[in-house]
Design a protein. Sequence first.
Length: 127
Amino acid sequence: MEFFREVPIETSEAWIYENFTLANFSQFSTQLFVLEQQSEHEAQIGGIWGEFTLLRTEIKGGLRFALKECPNALCWTVTTGYPPKRDALILHLTVNRTQKPDDFIEEITEFLDDHAACISANIAVPA
């Protein structure tokens, strides 16, 4: 399954790399939080789905975040410069299932809505 959110801010791949760090993770999510940061690319997190190792990987256009031990292989990307809207920040979340219970889908929807709202409210893009 896949889910999208569009955040209407213009930015760049380099800006995403620089600003979406594990050290400032609390600025772009209220539903997941860092318990212990192991490196620039890995942290133990807690939140709505339990405790996991969160991996942060640079990809073309932005970043991929993945919950390493998640049985649903939940991961999401934060990208810009590509379709579906080149001049916005795109959140794209996937799980490795074709169907999930409605309550899980609702949690994913709430997570993405929160993520988009936190980004809009807390992360200032240079003019």
